[in-house]
Design a binder for this molecule. Sequence first.
Ligand code: NI
Length: 391
Amino acid sequence: MCPTPTLADAHEKDLIAWRRDFHAHPETGFQEVRTSGLVAERLASFGIEVHRGLARTGVVGTLRGRGEGPSIGIRADMDALPMQEEGDVPHRSTNPGVFHGCGHDGHTAILLGAARELARERNFAGTVHFIFQPAEEGLAGGRVMVEEGLFELFPCAEVYGLHNWPELPFGQIAACAGPIMAASDFLDIEIEGIGGHAAMPHRGVDPVLVAAHVVTALQGLVSRQTSPLDSAVVSITRIEAGSTYNVIPRVATLRGTCRTLRPETRNAMEEGIRRVAHNVAAAFGATAKVDYRRNYPPTVNWPEPAAKAARAAARVVGEANVVRNAQPTMGGEDFAFFLEKVPGAYLWLGAGGGANPCHVHNPRYDFNDALLPVGVSLWVELVRELLPTAR
Ligand code: NI
């Protein structure tokens, strides 16, 4: 166990109360009306200028320091998942089928806590924009904020974000340079053959057999056409065809996701998936239509901001608890859209172990409240690292 910061008791109690209140009242992407309302209200109560309405429910709080200096952004995501909570915590979701299963309740409480701490002293030169974004879970709220002018309205020299990370031991912080999360793309493949009697397959073209060959051949893109030192994942997650025992259907459809860490690999995988689907289908006399949708780009940390964040992290959890060369994961993250525009870094806050050790998106997951002061201290230290002190 590493030394972790503890804020004054009263402040920590507030953080826990805010987090559990968000948890009890979860809202899905672009529907974060209550959550964003509370965020805006609290920011205003700390004396922070509030802007609302970017990407519908987005909130940006602007805190100016006591002197001229750079502007930086810190981001939290506010949305919950459309899934049922199965845990029995006292603050369990009161909204059926909606659940803070990824800990964005904690990220929101952490950023509010940091805003309060920084607003109290304002002993820095420059400006901090606290960016509360909607719809991280698959709906690209981050992209919408960028498209609607986030960085034109609130110019940021650098931008930072974090995620609680149960795979990393509690009290560690990972701040690696380069890719940390993958590009996350979706694909649909429609294979068209010729339907007919299942007892006379030679009179038709069986799209089910073609689909099976396509699924198998796609794995060759990963194992034979991607460097063993690079990473790619293609997972077919749904196969649909047919209606009964004795009919060969006309159409079979496949659905899945492709994950990559580098733009070149992403391009090669998209091209490869199209090529494999079309040519395997053609080999059997069928045709394939491929709909490949680029969802989230890879989240790529900029080296210098990652180093600055690591220095700030070391002051919070100790040098021994900072992971500077973390392996990326193939999960996606829409903070990627921010890092495409502005230098910055995305960090993982170790949340492993504890009373409820399951991973995010598990129906019994609950954000580890012991992380709240760690996260607040990280953001406060980061502002000290990035902006000159002013008195
Ligand atoms: Ni998340």
